[in-house]
Design a protein around this ligand. Structure first.
Ligand SMILES: Cc1ncc(COP(=O)(O)O)c(C=O)c1O
Length: 362
């Protein structure tokens, strides 16, 4: 395409999980369950939902560009200042914002091989030089990542826990890594699955590195709070870093309902607790069933699990679609025999296992 900027032409479009409606239409199915995008199967936080309803009549107004009340409340809960926080249209946006704010063309960005696909896309957009570091046993290899740091390194992305692998790096591993990261390279801890990851006893407390002034930590309302469709995330960082990110943020990136919903969700600890419980039980069920089927899986610190089907997973994926179960095949990550499944409700988990058995019998 002659009219496009050249560097965007090689960008591989992000492929989201298949929407329920599309599968219903394609396969003529009434009931379809989606276990493909690491969403919350229990619905949205009820408190958020009720706050959103109350705010519908205000939609003729622009949202507060600074998300003042939301940042104030978050700051209080996190024992930070509002100036340590920036809100995003999902935490996705904060990844793009960080690259836009900090990576000069040609500067290096270190990214693990089997991780969240948006890092590469956003780095390509920023014309950064991408350094890909292989994983070790489906885990981030922080030693290897450290060895790739040069004086051209600007950003290092660490999804912890990781998507799609579900694994996490420990407090000890992060401490050993952080010790040697130079002050002019920024470590971006993507903690989209923080609420799940923190259930592990050696999951790191990365907030203690915020004083280092070269650390950004992002989190989201999409997963544990069940608000993926609302698009709300935040990042914590030193105020000087936040100020730079604010310069490249769209003024009304966080809409009015997201601010109202997010504010209320922060009080919905009961919902988060219920989500954690459902996730733990769901994973235990999956593990038990995978073992029975002789399938290897990667133990997960998130709300999803990857499992090796030992055959082309695209075929199984398609068969499962026809049975009304949407999972994610792992071709985009080069794991051609794996699928990723998000924990659902008890009923959905059972339906998934039934459909998997049927699909594997092909
Ligand atoms: C590792 C990771 N980071 C960030 C995100 C983005 O989440 P959101 O933009 O909904 O906050 C996701 C979503 O799946 C993710 O898996």
């Amino acid at each position: 395409m002659r009219l496009a900027r050249k560097h965007i032409l090689n960008i591989r479009n992000y492929e989201p999980g298949k929407p329920i409606e599309e599968v219903q239409r394609e396969y003529g199915l009434k009931e379809v369950i989606k276990m493909a995008s690491n969403e919350n199967p229990l619905g949205p936080s009820p408190k958020a939902l009720s706050a959103i309803r109350k705010n519908l009549k205000k939609l003729n107004r622009y949202p507060d560009s600074s998300s003042f009340y939301l940042k104030e409340k978050l700051a209080k809960q996190l024992h930070l200042k509002s100036s340590n926080l920036i809100m995003g249209n999902g935490s996705d946006e904060l990844i793009t914002i960080a690259l836009r704010a900090f990576a000069e063309e040609g500067e290096e960005v270190i990214i693990a091989e089997t991780t969240f696909l948006i890092y590469v896309i956003a780095a390509q957009l920023a014309k950064a030089r991408i350094i890909i570091v292989p994983m070790k046993n489906f885990r981030y290899d922080l030693q290897a990542m450290k060895s790739r740091i040069t004086n051209r390194t600007k950003l290092i992305f660490l999804a912890n826990p990781d998507n799609p692998c579900g694994t996490y790096v420990t407090e000890k591993e992060v401490a050993a890594f952080m010790k040697d990261v130079p002050d002019d390279a920024i470590v971006f801890f993507d903690e989209a699955y923080f609420e799940f990851g923190r259930q592990e006893k050696d999951y790191p407390d990365t907030m203690k590195y915020l004083d280092r002034k070269n650390v950004i930590i992002s989190r989201t309302f999409s997963k544990a709070y069940g608000l993926s469709g609302l698009r709300l995330g935040y990042a914590m960082a030193d105020p000087a870093l936040v100020a730079c990110m604010e310069k490249v943020r769209e003024p009304f990136n966080v809409n009015l309902l997201a601010q109202a919903g997010g504010l209320a969700a922060l009080d919905d600890k009961a919902f988060v607790k219920k989500t954690i419980k459902n996730t733990k039980e769901g994973k235990a069920f999956f593990y038990k069933e995978f073992k029975k089927l002789g399938l290897e899986y990667v133990p997960s610190a998130t709300n999803f699990v990857i499992v090796n089907l030992k055959r082309d997973s695209k075929e199984v994926f398609k068969k499962m679609l026809s049975l009304g179960v949407i999972v994610r095949d792992m071709k985009a990550w080069g794991l051609d025999t794996y699928i990723r499944v998000t924990v659902g409700t008890e009923k959905e988990n059972k339906k998934f296992i039934k459909a998997l058995k049927e699909s594997l019998a092909l």
